[in-house]
Ligand binder design. Structure first.
Ligand SMILES: C[S@@+](CC[C@H](N)C(=O)[O-])C[C@H]1O[C@@H](n2cnc3c(N)ncnc32)[C@H](O)[C@@H]1O
Length: 321
């Protein structure tokens, strides 16, 4: 079981605790469930899964550090100091802001977002300046050094920020389904740019799917998403779900997975699809096509999504044979 659940227990409501107990029905993904001709060259074996569980713990911690740093720099809920734009801070190599830091540490959280962030901080055991330095390193690589995005995202922390475009992409779908799974709903907890404390603390995708379908389950790896949305704790790269679905949606998630992780995630998700069911994501990597074919969920189509007239993204729709 992943450690985040017990770390976050103080924040859990009765409903989220019940959701988390569903994890008991989750089981571990094992090497024998993977297509060997793909798993072996990628180095996936028993030791890989042990290392992967540790890697995910670190990435959850790094994602928490990013949320904390973005909040520390921009929120007005705990400090009267002016907000600092994170990318500017990286450009100017600003030190961790001392007054904002002491205000953050002294404040008693009142609103739900502040409570979630404080809880992340209390469970992380990283001082604020470490959260800040970690986040600035990522911003430097992405914004200043323009590091190639694919490897950067496959190594970065796992955060729960959502993009409004992901809802636009989803609203172009019109797929019949009885039982739907949203993998990685996100939460809009913080934002790198233009964060304000009144951004609704929710998953737009989850609300949207719930307005269309009667049964929608959500799974996620991050503690605040699990707690706030009553999602089931689940790591797509190391676990499999007991339930079967007619539609699984996982956008802006596979981008965080390297090829070995992607193979594991697709193997697990495939087992949760009814025959004829669809898996929708937005990772146009060739590997997703190759793995889909090997797992009997070939890509059915690539659906372009336009945003304000310009092409933005492409949904990848697989169908289980
Ligand atoms: C960037 S957010 C995307 C949110 C939303 N789906 C969207 O498209 O805007 C990625 C979400 O996937 C979750 N996630 C990342 N890796 C995961 C994994 N291995 N298993 C389950 N959830 C994961 C994160 O915690 C987060 O909620």
């Amino acid at each position: 079981m992943i450690k985040i659940v017990s770390d976050f227990t103080p924040l859990m409501t009765r409903r989220s605790l019940i959701a988390s107990l569903c994890l008991a029905a989750n089981s571990d993904l094992t090497v024998d469930l993977l297509p060997q001709s793909l798993a072996t060259p990628l180095g996936i074996n028993g030791a890989w899964f042990d290392a992967q569980r540790k890697r995910q713990q670190l990435r959850i911690a790094q994602g928490s550090a990013e949320h904390i740093a973005y909040y520390l720099l921009q929120s007005k809920s705990f400090s009267s100091e002016p907000a600092i734009d994170p990318t500017q801070a990286a450009h100017q190599k600003l030190p961790c802001p001392s007054t904002r830091s002491s205000d953050f540490l002294a404040a008693t959280p009142k609103d739900p977002r502040h409570k979630l962030i404080r809880n992340l901080y209390d469970n992380l055991n990283w001082p604020l300046d470490r959260c800040y330095a970690h986040t600035l390193r990522f911003l430097e690589a992405k914004e200043l050094n323009q590091a190639p995005l694919e490897p950067l995202y496959q190594e970065r922390g796992l955060s729960s920020d959502t993009s409004p475009e992901s809802l636009t992409a989803l609203s172009t779908l019109n797929l019949p389904a009885k039982r739907v799974l949203l993998a990685g709903p996100g939460l809009d907890l913080t934002r790198r740019e233009k964060f304000t404390d009144d951004i609704p603390l929710k998953s737009h995708q989850l609300d949207h799917l719930k307005s269309l379908y009667t049964q929608v389950d959500a799974i996620d790896i991050r503690p605040e998403v699990i707690a706030h949305l009553h999602a089931t704790p689940h790591d797509l790269t190391t676990q499999i779900l007991p339930a079967k679905y007619d539609l699984i949606v996982a956008t802006n998630l596979f981008v965080y997975l390297n090829e070995a992780e992607l193979l594991c995630a697709l193997t697990g998700l495939t087992r949760s699809l009814n025959p004829g069911a669809k898996l929708v994501h937005n990772d146009t990597r060739f590997a997703a096509k190759v793995f889909g074919e090997a797992l009997d969920i070939p890509v059915e189509k690539y659906q372009p999504v336009s945003l304000g007239g310009r092409k933005w993204d492409r949904l990848v729709i697989h169908q289980k044979l």
